[in-house]
Design a protein around this ligand. Structure first.
Ligand code: ADP
Ligand code: MG
Ligand code: MG
Length: 208
């Protein structure tokens, strides 16, 4: 993976977050404390400020630095979770040190496992994991089958969207929405929405 790809993908992510201000804010206002948009915006801005520094690093070192920065800038539950995703992904890329789709899929899956461990959550708990777990599984399956990267991107965007929409009918068992019981039904989880937006942004960067 090239560091220049990470930089352009992070710009696409920032734009996607900024373009969905009202949606992200109202989702977290409905079933959380209303700060998810602000948290994500702060994280994205901190990464933008780091660009010059990141540009001088290898891709794995850049991802690790992004994780550390998110840990110190995003308040709330999503900060440490996303930080552990990027730092675990960086570790796999460093160890494998090659440029194959299977390595990217393995790195992504390891990042998602790190979120599961850190947040002690799994599928169906109305969190970002309802997007990330199915995407990680599909990415690994398609990469092992030597599926061409553009086809993988289209499939992952579709799966991310389905996972995000599926959180609407779930009750939450983790995070702030867990105290709401049935009142959380009818609302998409904000972290699931922001993860879907980020996956979309990165896939579109690959496709462009
Ligand atoms: P906070 O809830 O602390 O205000 P944010 O609003 O930034 O933090 O992030 C909320 C999102 O974090 C939720 O919508 C959910 O997707 C995710 N989240 C919260 N707790 C967990 C957990 N234990 N595992 C996975 N994701 C979680
Ligand atoms: Mg919140
Ligand atoms: Mg908060």
């Amino acid at each position: 993976m090239k560091t220049s790809f990470i930089l352009s993908a992070s710009e696409s992510i920032r734009d996607a977050i900024l373009n969905h201000e009202s949606e992200l804010e109202s989702l977290d206002r409905a079933i959380g404390d209303g700060d998810h948009y602000i948290n994500m915006k702060r994280g994205a801005a901190a990464i933008t400020e780091l660009h010059a520094e990141l540009a001088a690093l290898t891709a794995d070192a850049a991802l690790n630095k992004i994780g550390l920065k998110l840990l110190s800038t995003i308040g709330g539950a999503s900060g440490p979770l996303l930080a552990s995703f990027f730092m675990s992904m960086a570790k796999v890329l460093k160890e494998k040190n090659d440029d194959t789709t299977t390595t990217y899929a393995a790195a992504f899956a390891t990042g998602v496992e790190a979120i599961q461990q850190r947040g002690k959550a799994g599928l169906g708990e109305k969190t970002m994991l309802d997007v990330l777990i199915p995407v990680a599984q599909q990415f690994s399956t398609l990469a092992s089958a030597n599926t061409e990267i553009n086809a993988i991107c289209y499939a992952l965007m579709q799966t991310a969207e389905e996972g995000m929409l599926a959180t609407k009918t779930l009750i939450a068992t983790k995070g702030r929405a867990a105290g709401l019981g049935e009142r959380a039904i009818g609302h998409i989880d904000p972290g699931a929405k922001s993860c879907q937006l980020m996956i979309n942004a990165v896939c579109n960067q690959v496709l462009s």
